[in-house]
Design a protein around this ligand. Structure first.
Ligand code: SF4
Length: 489
């Protein structure tokens, strides 16, 4: 039976659907504590939301084997709101969190512990993995004659707000494909994987880090010298070029201009500039002993004061719990000093207090320092914090802070624009490790830090707090190492 979870997985990575079905489970990584935390938070959140809803029939109380029969009986009675129902139709199975009576039929809804939309304000759009799950339930309702015919659904987000998912709408301003058609494609793909009429390949990407097949896939991809090992390359480009180049090495030894065709290339949606850029990365990866280099001159003068800035946030709770700064004098490592602003809990008052402290610190350092951070994450978080705590600062002040010439986004303004590295990605961890830096923690990651923070809140164990602080300090120091490394190129 094809479930909504498989459709959800397929839009992230079809290979995961295939491995979950056909690969030996013993090849999976051990359960990831962060993924388990997400699951527990999701269960807790769903229960809280359920208690606030006027549920008229609760199928979670019914034994699994009776659930479909009881769900259909509840629908026949025209129950207004059914929780945790189960329906099947042909090879499809769906367990929507909610089934809501609308007119003579039902629409499905899911309770989500994340935000209901991707992006913010006017740029926000439906989340593709939520949309396909909801579309899956709508199709089952249609096929069983129990739907209301509108192809509408909804998600209840982490704030408890209802977010309509109108599946007949196009996916974006420039993308006229409807969400319904997008779901149909995903369903067809999962069906072919389940029937083994389609094979899939792994593709190294950011979603891999939290996937239980990560070690397995990375080993295979490295052994196969797969094109997705090239930083930023991704599945779509790999698939577009796969009939021409099977490996990084094949691509590295070609002359990319052979594939130029007028102003474009012979590969779908790969521009000439992209092809040149990825070709250079392929050459770096396939040349033993290759070194990072500058693509253009970079001016990063050593300042009297330099600050390296990094935050830790829990996106499920929408809380920034740590603003960390390492400051150095005249670029000297020996002068490095860590200045953390650590929230002692999830309470908004605590988050506001540390935001105020960090904001005041940044305002004072802005007078005499160059301040480095890595990518847009800090700016986005500060915009949100300013909306939550207007007494600390306004949105306009946040814009003005990040527009200041003293603030340097090391990733976007320097690494991405002006450098190349013999590495599978350009994350701060990868680049700092390439330059010889090592984290004190053996398993450092932002996701792990969130899990530690939750454990620290529960236990109050000072060793866990120190682990979080050490990890953040090392992230800040790593930013300095990359600044120094680029200066040395
Ligand atoms: S590790 Fe990556 S490529 Fe492999 S199944 Fe998971 S998401 Fe897909």
């Amino acid at each position: 039976m094809i479930s909504a979870t498989q459709i959800y997985d397929a839009v992230q990575c079809p290979h995961r659907v295939s491995l979950d079905l056909w690969e030996n489970p013993s090849s999976r990584d051990d359960p990831n504590p962060f993924v388990e935390l997400l699951w527990h938070q999701g269960v807790e959140h769903e229960e809280l939301i359920r208690q606030s809803l006027p549920v008229t029939a609760d199928m979670s109380l019914v034994a699994k084997e009776d659930r479909e029969r009881e769900t259909r009986a509840a629908m026949a009675r025209h129950e207004l709101l059914i929780y945790r129902g189960r329906l099947t139709s042909g090879d499809l199975v769906g367990e929507p969190d909610l089934l809501e009576l609308r007119g003579n039929g039902y629409i499905p809804g899911d309770i989500k512990s994340g935000s209901g939309l991707d992006g913010e304000d006017s740029e926000a759009k439906l989340k593709k993995h939520y949309a396909v799950q909801l579309a899956h339930y709508v199709l089952i309702l249609e096929q069983t004659g129990l739907g209301d015919g509108s192809r509408a659904a909804f998600a209840i987000d982490r704030q408890g707000s209802r977010v309509p998912y109108v599946l007949t709408e196009p996916r974006g301003i420039n993308n006229t494909q409807t969400w319904w058609a997008f779901y149909q494609e995903a369903l067809a793909e999962v069906r072919s994987i389940a029937q083994q009429t389609q094979t899939t390949r792994g593709a190294l990407s950011s979603v891999c880090k939290l996937c239980h097949w990560y070690s397995h896939c990375k080993k295979v991809l490295v052994a196969e010298d797969d094109l997705t090992l090239i930083a930023g390359f991704g599945r779509a480009k790999r698939d577009a070029m796969f009939s021409t180049f099977r490996t990084v090495h094949d691509f590295a030894v070609c002359d990319p201009e052979t594939y130029f065709d007028g102003k474009v290339t012979t590969f779908d949606k790969i521009s000439q500039d992209s092809l040149r850029k990825f070709h250079a990365r392929a050459q770096l990866l396939s040349t033993s002993g290759a070194s990072a280099y500058l693509k253009e001159p970079v001016h990063l003068p050593v300042a009297r004061h330099e600050v390296y800035f990094d935050i830790e946030a829990d996106p499920m709770r929408d809380v920034v719990y740590l603003h960390g700064f390492v400051e150095r004098m005249h670029g000297q490592s020996a002068t490095a000093r860590f200045v953390p602003f650590f929230a002692d809990g999830f309470d908004p008052a605590q988050e506001e207090e540390v935001f105020r402290g960090a904001w005041e610190y940044l305002q004072s350092r802005l007078q005499d320092s160059t301040i480095y951070y890595y990518s847009k994450y800090e700016r986005t978080a500060y915009r949100k914090l300013a909306r939550k705590y207007p007494d600390v600062c306004s949105g306009a002040e946040v814009e003005s802070l990040f527009a200041s010439p003293a603030m340097i986004d090391l990733y976007f303004n320097v690494v991405k624009k002006s450098t190349e590295w013999p590495a599978y990605d350009q994350s701060i961890k990868t680049l700092a490790q390439y330059l010889g830096f090592s984290w004190r923690d053996t398993h450092p990651s932002g996701a792990a830090s969130i899990e530690w923070y939750h454990r620290w809140i529960e236990s109050g164990d000072p060793a866990i707090k120190q682990r979080i602080l050490d990890y953040n300090e090392d992230d800040c120091l790593a930013t300095g190492v990359v600044v120094d490394g680029i200066r040395a190129l």
